[in-house]
Structure formats: structure tokens, C-alpha cells
Design a protein around this ligand. Sequence first.
Ligand SMILES: C[S@@+](CC[C@H](N)C(=O)[O-])C[C@H]1O[C@@H](n2cnc3c(N)ncnc32)[C@H](O)[C@@H]1O
Length: 209
Amino acid sequence: MENLEAEPAEAGVILGEQLPVARAFTENLARRGEELGLIGPLELPRLWSRHILNSALVAPLLRPGLVGDIGTGAGLPGLVLAIARPDVNFVLIEPMERRVAWLNSQVDELGLTNTTVIRARAEEVSLDVPLDQVTARAVSAFRKLLPLTAPLLRDGGELVLMKGINAEAEVAAAIKEIRRFKVSDIRVDVLGEGVTSEVTRVVRGFVRA
Ligand SMILES: C[S@@+](CC[C@H](N)C(=O)[O-])C[C@H]1O[C@@H](n2cnc3c(N)ncnc32)[C@H](O)[C@@H]1O
């Protein structure tokens, strides 16, 4: 763990009283993530800033209700958000068995009572109730992500999709899909400016059934 990035000063500002839980998760991921194929060796020196805090920046956009995270992988952003927002219920949807086992082990170990993990591809998952909001990070281009996420939302539910510097271009390339899934009020928000060096972008929009 000597390569693990020191906890940035802004971690407390972003995670508040949930910081000790986030710290435990970060240390678990640093200790076991490479061996389990969850993160590459180059990620340890930037685990806090690029991954944990970057994910946690989305937390203030969530509302009490049911949030689904598609393709959670090592826990990003879904598990970090479940830590940051104990007042919100989460379903983490991930098809890979080893990643699902990791996510379940962390839900147990961290004592998260607001989180369910489902092993499935988003396009095949069957949910008992539709989602109020859906998140995803590094799963696919916005154009391809819309058919995986929009059908899981209730009427009026919200997309909160983490994207890189090309977020606006990805939205522009998805005109057909935006129309098909009746997405309105699309906008790109930049999160973390003035708080952390690793700002993030989210594409937001509401879906009509
Ligand atoms: C590049 S990883 C990103 C993981 C994590 N979201 C992150 O930001 O580090 C993409 C993840 O999406 C999952 N995935 C790929 N296709 C998917 C699908 N159709 N439905 C749900 N998850 C999918 C993969 O198994 C993988 O864990």
C-alpha cells in the first residue's frame, strides 16, 4: 500500500461524516484491487483523487429514492455513492461474477444497509421497481449508454451519467437516441470546481415514458 495516494485534504469536505467508511473502502480496494483485477497498478497513486472523490462528487445530485448504477465494476461510482448517501437506496448492476462477489463482500464488510448488488447486464436486468435516477461511469459512449439506462427509469426519472472532457460532443452525437428515449432538459454539469483538482462532468436529463 506504499503507493496509495495520501488522502487529499478535500476528502473531508466531499464525504463529510461518511469519510471513515470511504477510507475503509479505499484501503480495501488498494489492498485487494489489483489481485482481483479491479484496478490497474497505475491507479494506486491516484485512487483517491481520480476514482473515490471523483465518484463522490456526484452524491449531492442524488435524491432520496432508488438509484441504479450500471457497470459498477470495482465500486465506481455506485458503492462510493452508497457510502456517501446512506439516505438513498442503491442497486448496483454488474455482469461480471468476480466483480459482483467483490461488491457484495464490501457491502457486508462496510455494513451498507442501503445497497443491493445484482449480477446482470443492464439490458437484461429485471427490476421490481423502476429507478428514480441512474448513474454510470466509463461503461460506454453516451449514444450507447442511453439504451442501457433510460429504459430502467420511471417516467420523469433522471440520467446522471459521468463523462469525460468530450461530454458535449457525446451528447451531440446522440440526437437520434435522445429523441427515441424522450430525454429532455439535457445538460452537462461540471462538478468539483474550486474543491478538487480532478473535476468531473455529468450528463443529466429527464426521461419520459
Ligand atoms: C471500464 S469498466 C468501469 C467500471 C466502473 N464503472 C469504473 O468507473 O471504474 C466497465 C464496467 O461495465 C460493466 N459492463 C459492461 N457492459 C455492461 C452492461 N451491458 N450492463 C452492465 N454493466 C456492463 C463491465 O463488466 C465493467 O465492470
